[in-house]
Ligand binder design. Structure first.
Ligand code: 13P
Ligand code: SF4
Length: 329
């Protein structure tokens, strides 16, 4: 793929936007892929949905929607495109398929998983339901369709507390993220029965790191994802989903901020907030980082990596996602 004058002209408006977070030499590698992917999207009536953790060249270069897991799940049910390419991880692509079963949903790397999603199976949920008969199951969208099929209602970190309280019960089974469960428990009187799943990215942050950063950066705002350990959240100024964290930065325009989450978030948000200084201790999600421009191009060209699911699973697993979408953010 060559960085021809034609590619340069066609992609320059995008580069002007993101030049603060990307050197020109790096852009010359990405631009030919961005140009071809954007052409192919038109030819095939395809859209790219990207999670906020994708790298800037994907987030700003080819995504039709770049957002948090909740917005991605809802958008899949609204699009008029024939093909949805998920620049995210496997459970996100599956959720798109559940919401739009008649569409072709593609994932550029089938090994892009999630430590939360792989921490629990449908059988585990059936055993939990036997142990706690009659207690409703709230599952994070970071679960397989098999787990969703055993679930009463889904949630994301953007609406977990609202979803739990919407059920009007005293007790819920909340899975699989133990830290998110603890965060929800801290915000509600509903009793939470949790599972021991952990996000391998957010569990790496620790309270000392937060205090050290605050001590050496007076006035800094520290905002954390609720998948972080409880002491990290406690030491932070705000906790919210990736979408909530972005909104916090945009609304409050802090002079200096640290986003306690995946590395690409700060780069992506810096673009629209050039006057904010981002302090960037962060952790990479190895699953999100499996998605690259060359893999996206190959996937869209050959229409490989299609999400194929059993019709019965789709019918069952769609219900809790639709219930979540009806409640919203
Ligand atoms: P949200 O975008 O819902 O905050 O999800 C964070 C995450 O870790 C997704 O994998
Ligand atoms: Fe899963 Fe954590 Fe990666 Fe999100 S960041 S995909 S929750 S492992």
């Amino acid at each position: 793929m060559e960085f021809t004058p034609e590619v340069k002209i066609a992609t320059d408006p995008i580069y002007q936007k993101i030049s603060k977070v990307m050197p020109e030499i790096e852009w010359s590698i990405h631009a030919p892929f961005i140009h071809r992917i954007n052409q192919l999207k038109k030819e095939k009536n395809a859209i790219v949905l990207a999670h906020n953790y994708q790298t800037p060249e994907i987030y700003h270069g080819i995504a039709d929607l770049a957002a948090d897991s909740l917005a991605l799940a809802i958008e899949a049910s609204k699009t008029k495109a024939d093909i949805i390419l998920m620049a995210g991880v496997h459970f996100m692509a599956e959720t798109s398929k559940l919401m739009s079963p008649e569409k072709k949903v593609l994932l550029p790397d089938m090994n892009a998983g999630c430590s939360l999603s792989s921490s629990i199976t449908g059988k585990d949920v059936r055993l939990l339901k036997e142990k706690y008969p009659g207690v409703p199951v709230v599952s994070y969208v970071n679960t397989s369709a098999e787990v969703k099929a055993e679930t009463d209602i889904c949630c994301t970190s953007a609406n977990a507390v609202k979803i739990v309280e919407s059920l009007g019960v005293k007790k819920v089974i909340f899975l699989p993220d133990d830290y998110l469960a603890k965060y929800v428990a801290s915000q509600t009187n509903v009793e939470i029965i949790a599972w021991k799943g952990i996000c391998m990215v957010h569990e790496q942050f620790n309270e000392k790191e937060i205090h050290d950063i605050r001590a050496s950066n007076p006035g800094i705002k520290i905002i954390a994802h609720p998948e972080c350990p409880p002491d990290v959240i406690k030491a932070s100024d705000f906790a919210g989903s990736t979408g909530g964290m972005i909104k916090y930065v945009e609304d409050n325009q802090p002079k200096k901020v640290m986003m306690v989450t995946e590395c690409s978030m700060s780069d992506n948000i810096q673009v629209e907030n050039p006057n904010i200084e981002f302090i960037r201790p962060c952790n990479l999600c190895p699953h999100m980082k499996k998605i690259t421009l060359p893999k996206i191009l190959d996937c869209l060209e050959k229409e490989t990596g299609e999400i194929i699911m059993d019709k019965k699973i789709i019918e069952k697993a769609r219900i809790p996602v639709e219930r979540m979408a009806a409640i919203g953010r």
